[in-house]
Design a protein around this ligand. Structure first.
Ligand SMILES: O=C(O)CCC(=O)C(=O)O
Length: 281
């Protein structure tokens, strides 16, 4: 069997904190997923739609709010979340089969706001180890449509203390500060490409500025196979064979990092009083 990750892909994962596996899913699978979730979205509202659907709203995200935790009620999403290709890739990257804890579908229609820079582990609090994301492009993801942007190497930072986000650009209201000279790079993707990234990696997206294109993505969140704890919102966790693995609930809060200049060098120091912010992202 072909190893799921090449040496260069493994290098990118360890050094940059993310890797794109090109063409992991077929175009036909992406088209089937688009049809499935567009039909579901048109059919009503679900657990996890915080404000429900408002088809008459001027805000594109109210017409097409993201879906969360669909695997809890949708067999298509559950099957996708534990897909053997995702398991093989994450096992090759992390050294051990992960536990699956979340699905999300971002529709991101034309004109929709993005999501401010953040670290997923701030929300998932997987311990020991961290969380990981498997982000499948269903549409072309480019800068105009608001592709994912990442700060390469930022997975080596601790969790940073959050600040207020610009909610004209982001539908979430917190972000993490990134020094102006650290590169934030766009990840350009075609339908079927999957972006894997480490839970401490700083990432987010800008608005979809196209007049007419969706930027849909199907996202799975996973935690390390050695984890014994995850935040309340992510229970139950699943082994990649679909069976439930009982885990403890991580405590809220904990320390977080702030940027400081010391002896002319920039570094992150931990403060003892991180926010007790345990909402899902
Ligand atoms: O798709 C996006 O724009 C953001 C997704 C994200 O930040 C995540 O999956 O953690």
């Amino acid at each position: 069997m072909t190893p799921p990750m090449t040496p260069e892909e493994l290098r990118a994962w360890h050094e940059d904190g993310y890797v794109v596996k090109r063409g992991l899913f077929a175009r036909a699978e992406c088209d089937a997923a688009i049809k499935h979730f567009m039909d579901l979205r048109a059919a009503g509202t679900y657990e996890g739609d915080f404000d429900g659907v408002d088809i008459g709203s001027a805000d594109p995200l109210k017409k097409y709010p993201r879906m969360i935790h669909m695997h809890r009620w949708d067999a298509f999403s559950m099957k996708w979340m534990i897909d053997p290709r995702i398991d093989a890739c994450l096992t090759a990257l992390a050294g051990r089969s992960p536990y699956a804890v979340q699905t999300m579908l971002y529709f991101k229609p034309a004109g929709a706001r993005g999501q401010a820079l953040h670290q997923d582990q701030f929300y998932l609090k997987a311990k020991p180890g961290t969380c990981m994301a498997a982000w499948l492009a269903l549409d072309v993801c480019d800068e105009a449509s608001g592709c994912i942007r990442v700060v390469p190497g930022s997975h080596r930072l601790p969790l940073l203390c959050t600040t207020k986000a610009d909610t004209t650009q982001s539908f979430t209201d917190v972000t993490v500060p990134v020094p102006a000279d650290l590169p934030v790079v766009p990840v350009l993707m075609q339908p079927g490409d999957m972006l894997f990234f480490n839970g401490e990696l700083i990432h987010g997206s800008l608005p979809n500025t196209t007049p007419d294109r969706f930027r849909r993505a199907l996202i799975g969140h996973y935690i390390s196979g050695e984890a014994s704890q995850v935040a309340h919102w992510y229970h139950p966790a699943y082994r990649m064979d679909g069976t439930v693995i009982p885990l403890e609930t991580s405590p809220d809060g904990g320390p977080c990092g702030v940027w400081v200049e010391r002896d002319g060098k920039r570094e992150v120091v931990l403060t003892g009083s991180g926010p007790a912010h345990n909402l899902h992202e």
